[in-house]
Write a protein that binds this ligand. Structure first.
Ligand code: ATP
Length: 221
């Protein structure tokens, strides 16, 4: 088992507001870890701290040396006046067209390369962002709400695709989701976060945990 990231007792504070409180977690190669929690629970903050984009106030963060990371941020602002094709958009992240072709194929949208990015659907856009994250075949994929703006069927397909990519690349995955039941089949471990970790473990175990049920109600998120 190769350890990619280990966070020990991480806290992140914005002025006097504690966004992430005493979080300990690890992500191994080949493992999909899903962070789940209500709005404002600190999920994005924790992910950004792990990426080194937001400073931790205390705790210890250890990463595998020279760890390569592909990041899919939560929201993409596209300038709707710029006629950029999907290929051109991805070329901003990699000059190698073979990387772009492979990534488009990996996420099942090789037919969209020449399409203006403004003309594609919400679900297709999420796949373009996923393609950008896998361009360099990273050891760790970090996906902030990859299914945002996608209909339920599309979400299930997207999570199945993420699992397929994990199998293909053998990478670790840390992702954020709002819906435990939709990610159930696509995740190895779930961490239920509400500033601190309320419960964690196998998805079935978490769904039955009183702390999860208290946070989301008996029927889930
Ligand atoms: P969501 O599901 O709505 O995306 P989240 O679980 O990802 O929420 P965060 O975005 O990490 O939560 O926010 C956690 C808390 O930290 C919130 O109270 C938020 O208002 C606050 N926060 C986030 N970013 C900043 C910032 N840059 N400065 C100050 N406070 C922030």
């Amino acid at each position: 088992m190769t350890l990619l990231v280990e966070a020990q007792h991480i806290c992140v504070q914005y002025n006097d507001h504690i966004a992430v409180n005493d979080v300990t977690l690890s992500i191994n190669k080949g493992e999909i870890v899903t962070l789940i929690g209500p709005n404002g629970a600190g999920k994005t903050t924790l992910v950004r701290a792990i990426l080194g984009l937001t400073p931790v106030s205390s705790g210890l963060l250890t990463k595998k040396p020279a760890l390569s990371i592909g990041y899919m941020p939560q929201k993409l602002q596209i300038d709707s006046t710029l006629p950029v094709t999907v290929n051109r958009f991805l070329a901003l992240a990699s000059r190698h067209s073979s990387n772009i072709n492979n990534a488009l194929k990996m996420v099942g949208i090789e037919h969209l390369g020449q399409k203006p990015i403004q003309a594609i659907s919400g679900g297709e856009l999420q796949r373009v962002l996923l393609a950008r994250a896998v361009l360099r075949q990273p050891e760790l994929l970090v996906l902030d709400e990859p299914a945002q703006g996608v209909d339920i069927t599309g979400q299930t397909e997207l999570y199945a695709l993420i699992k397929q990519i994990r199998d293909q690349l053998g990478c670790g995955v840390l992702m954020i989701s709002h819906d435990l039941h939709l990610v159930m089949a696509a995740t190895d471990n779930v961490i239920c976060l509400n500033q601190h970790i309320c419960c964690s473990g196998h998805p079935e175990t978490v769904s039955n945990d009183p702390a999860y049920q208290e946070l989301f109600g008996q029927t889930g998120a």
